[in-house]
Design a protein around this ligand. Sequence first.
Ligand SMILES: Cc1cc2nc3c(=O)[nH]c(=O)nc-3n(C[C@H](O)[C@H](O)[C@H](O)COP(=O)(O)OP(=O)(O)OC[C@H]3O[C@@H](n4cnc5c(N)ncnc54)[C@H](O)[C@@H]3O)c2cc1C
Length: 369
Amino acid sequence: MPQTKPLIIGAGVAGLALAVGWRQAHGHTPLLCERLEASAHQGFGFLLLPRGLQALGSLGVDTNRELEPHPIEHTRLVTPEGKTIAEHRLEPGTLALDRSRLLAVLRGRLDGSRLLEGRRFETLRRGAAGRVVAVGFRGGEEIDADLVFGADGAVSRCRRALLHHHGEPWMPGTVARVQEIVAQVSAPALAARLGHGMLKIVAPGAGLAVGLLPLARGRLVWFVQFDTERHGWPHAARPLPFLETLLQSFPSWLRQVIAGTESGLPHHWRPLDLDPPTRLVGPNIALLGDAAHPLLPFTSQGVNLALEDACMLRDLLRDTGDSAAIEAGLRAYERQRLPLLRHYMAVGRGMAAAFLALGPDRGLLPVAP
Ligand SMILES: Cc1cc2nc3c(=O)[nH]c(=O)nc-3n(C[C@H](O)[C@H](O)[C@H](O)COP(=O)(O)OP(=O)(O)OC[C@H]3O[C@@H](n4cnc5c(N)ncnc54)[C@H](O)[C@@H]3O)c2cc1C
């Protein structure tokens, strides 16, 4: 029996985690094709919840030793005047992590020659019974594959290819109404003041909030969530002047931190508000991470679910002896995963709606229940 030729599209958290898991289970690194070069912008940071921590542990990553995490014990929501609106304790074991460090650690576990950068996936070629036989990239390159994993993020071409094959719309939704501008800065005094707490400053009734997440080494991630219907959109290349105007009613120390950010750094995320997925797999293709389930930023679940997806695929595809075993593993993944993903996508919408109305409960929760 010839060895399976798996190919992973996208070397973000989900794709790299699956490659690490595949190597654990099968002893070799699958081919990973990523559109960006390693020198590209690698993101800022996120909350790793106990479920994500457990998944990383099962991938053999010693988070405390390798990732320099910063424990986050609680969140506090305050008004711009400093009045506390709510406080929440987070699940014990919740950590703030630097995204680029996580990617580097996962990459370090792989045979680097199997990671092909500068490969932008475009099309799938299918053979008998709709099975994928090759993956096509911009520029015309084609690589044979008999098992394909789409881990190409929220605006996933793999999702498009999968759904298109079944005659379904690939983007059943819109760009989300609440958008986010985010950056990471060095602010040791403020990070020390925040300690092990995440702070969110919310302007009641304004569809506007600023979050501060401390990381290790005196760094922190700041993020601004804003209702585009009320506040419009920043000029693509100039988010800082947009924020200066937007945050007039916020404390001056906060505006100084944001204004002190290196000008090219802040990133404007345009999250998608998609309907829950109808399918995650075909006979020899599966979606994982944001490609399977782009989540609204309120949930804080994206990276955690991506890591879990990867571990679940690893566990369900230990037997790749024949195409029937592979298809059974993929179907089991879809069956187990879909209900949970639908739950988080619905909760995310509820949290976004509550944020817009400044509801008393879900919009103010730090993490999707
Ligand atoms: C550059 C970047 C920075 C981020 N920073 C943060 C952050 O600071 N905080 C946070 O909470 N979330 C961040 N995210 C999102 C977060 O990583 C994901 O929500 C979550 O971790 C799920 O990971 P994922 O691997 O499914 O998706 P992603 O992390 O989005 O990874 C998808 C990967 O696929 C690649 N890709 C996309 N299209 C193609 C294609 N056609 N062909 C080949 N490769 C393709 C992308 O370049 C990317 O490397 C960031 C994502 C990216 C891409």
